[in-house]
Design a protein around this ligand. Structure first.
Ligand code: 5GP
Ligand code: ZN
Length: 144
């Protein structure tokens, strides 16, 4: 709803008002263009391995290991950097889903890596919160 109104209004807003609207609605502003929101809604195809009312998990389009799954909240959240107390349940669900999928993928016993790149310096390129579940090979160090 907000992103629909934004698309309609943006062309008519002078730049300072557009920036003001962005700062007020920062949390929601990019939802309409968010690739992961589109995967949740089914608008964009993905190899979905798990979905419930809270989270969706799908295989990364550029896997770096035999298992490389992204686990995301169905609701648009920008990153770990914008989580609030109200997101406590969903934050827990992301990690629990990682554990369950690690078992499902047969990598739980040997070990795996869970990563949440956060912000530009953290290497985040898609600004919809996600955790990477990576495994099926011995991980390299250092991570950076
Ligand atoms: P980040 O760099 O933000 O931590 O991770 C984003 C991940 O999303 C990258 O590993 C990238 O390969 C993956 N990715 C980006 N676009 C798509 C897409 O359209 N589909 C899938 N399945 N993965 C994507
Ligand atoms: Zn999104």
């Amino acid at each position: 709803m907000i992103s629909f109104a934004r698309r309609r209004l943006d062309p008519f807003l002078p730049p300072f008002l557009r920036r003001l609207a962005q700062s007020i609605f920062r949390k929601y502003y990019n939802m309409g263009d968010c690739i992961f929101c589109k995967i949740v809604s089914g608008e964009i195809n993905a190899d979905i391995v798990y979905k419930d009312e809270h989270v969706t998990a799908f295989r990364d389009i550029h896997p770096v290991a035999p298992t490389h799954i992204l686990i995301i909240p169905n609701r648009h959240i920008h990153s770990v950097g914008t989580l609030t107390e109200a997101d406590e349940t969903i934050a827990g669900k992301l990690l629990l889903t990682a554990r369950k999928l690690a078992e499902q993928e047969g990598i739980a016993e040997k070990g795996f890596r869970v990563i949440a790149n956060t912000g530009v310096d953290g290497g985040q390129t898609v600004f919809h919160l996600h955790v990477h579940l990576i495994g099926g090979q011995h991980m390299q160090h250092p991570m950076g």
